[in-house]
Design a protein around this ligand. Structure first.
Ligand code: 4AD
Ligand code: MG
Length: 477
């Protein structure tokens, strides 16, 4: 007899055929009904046990959390809420779970509590649902790009350059921290380090992806990215996964079209393929909302919100238009924003982004043509010489989900920009050289994968959509 997943079993026609499944016990009621789950689906299979036929000690070891193998006949279920069940003839206990110490009991646990048990939290309905949706989204990301002529490009994890110019990087070194080799001036001599220079974990694979787009045409990265920014928010991780498509011969409009089409396609994919999990997560949110005051409840349930994004156009607005809207907005006039907007050129904070998306436009927004001063060096300068061809996609409940731009492809303009910002040419000589040999208009963007998973699952905290989150003061597990 071969093993079968619970997901498969639940859609199998019951004909009293003998079946065998493995799983973890969710509950064991009245020494008779085991709700068993193997992770293949949010649904459990009911296993009906005649306890008189089994050893007492064996029955005792079937506790919540125990891993067991059940053999029996698959029959139609008389009980409510399930179509089939197993009439158990044999039980093997792989490993029991002591009810005194097993933390995941059949009751509601707070997300904060479960973060401390990150090695076990995937045994809960919420986390297994989130992680299945995450896996489906990752597959959808690859499917989308593969179907649209993009090549998967593996950007290096260790780099010598700071792509975003943010300087918030994790150093990679093999030097002795207590006793590093020093130069005459007392500074650490990185020439003696492993790579013979200072190196860090990458904050973005973009610059390297640009090199490959200018040869393969269309590429995308999908890999881990690291930022040592000390932001303890519900939207920041120190280690997160980023998806970065980069396309030769694309201008900013084509870039925006791609970002919108891509996000809609992957969300549609999970709507079509993760119904059970999304419905569970939607109910979870509805239950959570009941404890909130009316004014703080969201207007749409999860599935409706996802369908809304898939079915409607994103609103495209220039930074300048957005600043006008913000300047004249109620919270700005009443000084309700923490950062009041009074001048063109101000950097937008997440409170402003969320106002635009959630209160003003009430749909996803793409802001573009930002002031050059608040954006990275590589973005293409507009004719006005004040703004750059940047774009950010802003989402309800999330804020910025995508950041991208058309790249500066003109050698002289880029060289001047780097000089103005004190970016050493020795560090990025190769990046400049791409502008010397067969340069062309090109564009790309980066999408924070965890923010996408947050949106798709409705989870409020980014720490709850990645298996083992890395945040300031936290790298347990
Ligand atoms: O806007 P960012 O910094 O853009 C770049 O890194 C560009 N090089 C991308 C490109 O054009 N190829 O980051 C892109 C996205 C953000 O919009 C956000 O979704 C996510 O990455 N992100 C984070 N997600 C989780 N934790 C963090 N600390 C993040 N920082 C950025
Ligand atoms: Mg950004």
């Amino acid at each position: 007899m071969s093993l079968i997943s619970i997901k498969k079993l639940l859609s199998t026609k019951p004909q009293s055929q003998e079946v065998m499944v493995n799983g973890w016990v969710k509950t064991f009621r009245s020494n008779r009904f085991i709700a068993l789950n193997d992770g293949s689906t949010i649904k459990n299979i009911q296993c009906v046990v005649d306890f008189e036929n089994f050893d007492e000690n064996l029955i005792k070891s079937i506790t919540t959390g125990a891993a067991i193998r059940v053999t029996g006949a698959l029959v139609e279920s008389m009980g409510r809420g399930q179509s089939v069940e197993i009439q158990v003839s044999d039980i093997f206990v792989h490993g029991s779970a002591d009810p005194e110490t097993y933390p995941i009991q059949p009751k509601k646990h707070s997300l904060e509590f479960l973060r401390e048990k990150a090695h076990l939290r995937v045994r809960t309905n919420t986390f297994s649902a989130v992680m299945r949706v995450r896996a489906a989204l990752a597959f959808a990301v690859h499917s989308y790009f593969q179907q649209n002529g993009f090549y998967y490009f593996h950007a290096p994890i260790i780099t010598g350059s700071d792509a975003e110019g943010a300087g918030e990087m994790f150093r990679v070194t093999t030097l002795d921290a207590k006793n590093p080799p020093l130069n005459d001036d007392g500074a650490v001599n990185y020439k003696e380090d492993f790579f013979g220079k200072e190196t860090n974990l990458t904050v973005s694979g973009q610059l390297e992806a640009e090199a490959y787009a200018m040869g393969l045409g269309k590429v995308y990265t999908f890999g881990p990215t690291f930022r040592a920014e000390n932001s303890n928010t519900s939207r920041h991780l120190a280690e997160f996964w980023m998806i970065e498509p980069e396309m030769a011969f694309y201008n900013l409009d084509m870039n925006m079209d791609l970002a919108e089409d891509f996000i809609k396609w992957v969300l549609k994919y999970v709507l079509d393929n993760c119904q059970d999990d999304l419905r569970f997560l939607e109910q979870r949110l509805l239950d959570e909302e009941k404890s909130k005051p009316q004014t703080e409840r969201s207007e749409m349930a999860l599935l409706e919100k996802l369908r809304f994004v898939v079915d409607n156009n994103f609103k495209r607005v220039t930074y300048t238009e957005a600043i006008d809207i913000l300047r004249n907005s109620k919270p700005n006039k009443k000084k309700k924003f923490e950062y009041v907007i009074d001048e063109w050129g101000a950097d937008l904070q997440s409170e402003h982004e969320r106002f635009l998306v959630e209160k003003h436009f009430k749909c996803p927004v793409i802001l573009f043509d930002y002031p050059a001063k608040i954006k990275a060096f590589y973005m293409r300068l507009n004719e006005d010489e004040k703004t750059v061809r940047a774009m950010d996609v802003l989402f309800p409940g999330i804020g910025e989900i995508v950041g991208g731009s058309q790249r500066e492809e003109r050698f002289d303009v880029l060289k001047q920009k780097m000089a103005d910002l004190d970016i050493p040419e020795e560090e990025l000589w190769w990046y400049l050289e791409l502008r010397k040999f067969g340069t062309a208009e090109h564009s790309g963007f980066g999408l924070g994968f965890e923010r996408l998973v947050q949106f798709a699952t409705g989870m409020g905290n980014i720490r709850d959509v990645i298996p083992f989150p890395r945040t300031p003061q936290n790298a347990e597990f």
